[in-house]
Design a protein around this ligand. Structure first.
Ligand code: C2E
Ligand code: CA
Ligand code: CA
Ligand code: CA
Length: 273
């Protein structure tokens, strides 16, 4: 660290220069990745508890870096959001997911994560319309997942975009529900087709009575408002039994299936009763 005198602005934290260089390198690598198509999508199955079958898949981006190997989205999406590269990545994700889903043997839905940066960009509805048109995917099979950060914008603009998305015939899910400050207000004010309950509640519910109370309250709320709920991150049979008992409509998690590449038709179905 460099100790600057009073009034002098320069003060480097240890490792800061290295950090800046690493970020710049990562940003360049992302540009190359976009150009050279180093990304692919993995799909995680969504099981309907109401009719015991896989009704859809969430598309999750994967980056196979030529030197660093597999890079987690957690390690590059935030930077791509800062640099704006997420717009190109996000458009590719939308087009690829629609294109692949259109080739599936069955008519399962595909859920695509939308970054707040994409959501706030005026090109979002156009991007989605293009992806649908080019793939021929039926709009009702596409669901976009928004996090609360995306929804924190002025109410009028938000309502307008949600109406536009609806008009395309696609569905809108609220991702990581319960982790933000205004999940409930948004649910009250805006048309949402599905609540995805954050996996932290599912993970803790069986050992933490507060997490259990929140999980129960969200499922009850979804029922009362006629909005289907999906429990994320179900890893054990006990968790599956619990969310079934609480009345969740759908589940997703390692117990049902990990995100995997779908080269051909979706995986054979298993029984979870
Ligand atoms: P998310 O949207 O909440 O996605 C769910 C994450 O939880 C995925 O991590 C998934 O692999 C993981 N997961 C699923 N089931 C389980 C489980 O049973 N246990 C545990 N411990 N984890 C489980 P992943 O693929 O690493 O993605 C992390 C985050 O990166 C996503 O969180 C999403 O916010 C973001 N992301 C991924 N793909 C995209 C994308 O195409 N576009 C954007 N904008 N963000 C993406
Ligand atoms: Ca750049
Ligand atoms: Ca998601
Ligand atoms: Ca989530």
């Amino acid at each position: 660290a460099k100790h600057a005198g009073r009034g002098q602005a320069v003060c480097y934290q240890p490792g800061m220069i290295e950090q800046i260089a690493a970020r710049r390198q990562l940003e360049q690598d992302i540009d190359v990745a976009i150009e050279q198509r180093q990304f692919h999508l993995a799909y995680q199955p969504i099981l309907s508890l109401n009719d015991d079958r896989i009704v859809g898949y969430e598309a999750l981006i994967r980056w196979n870096h030529p030197i660093r190997g597999s890079v987690s989205p957690v390690d590059f999406i935030p930077l791509a959001e800062e640099t704006g590269q997420i717009l190109a990545i996000g458009q590719w994700v939308l087009e690829e997911a629609c294109r692949e889903a259109a080739s599936w043997a069955d008519d399962q839905s595909v859920a695509v994560n939308i970054s707040p940066v994409q959501f706030k960009s005026p090109s979002l509805t156009g991007c989605i319309a293009t992806a649908l048109a080019e793939s021929g995917l039926s709009p009702h099979r596409l669901e976009v997942e928004l996090t609360e950060t995306a929804l924190v914008t002025d109410g009028k603009a938000l309502a307008h975009i949600l109406v536009e998305l609806r008009a395309l015939g696609i569905k809108v899910a609220m991702d990581d529900f319960g982790t933000g400050y205004s999940s409930f207000a948004h649910l009250r004010d805006f048309p949402i087709d599905r609540i995805k309950i954050d996996r932290s509640f599912v993970a803790a519910a069986l050992t933490d009575s507060h997490a259990m109370a929140v999980l129960r309250a969200i499922t009850q709320l979804g029922r009362d408002m006629h909005v289907p709920t999906l429990a994320e991150g179900v890893e054990t049979q006990d968790q599956l039994d619990l969310v079934r008992r609480l009345g969740c409509d759908d589940v997703q998690g390692y117990l049902i299936g990990k995100p995997e590449r779908l080269d051909v038709a979706p995986m054979a179905e298993k029984q979870y009763a």
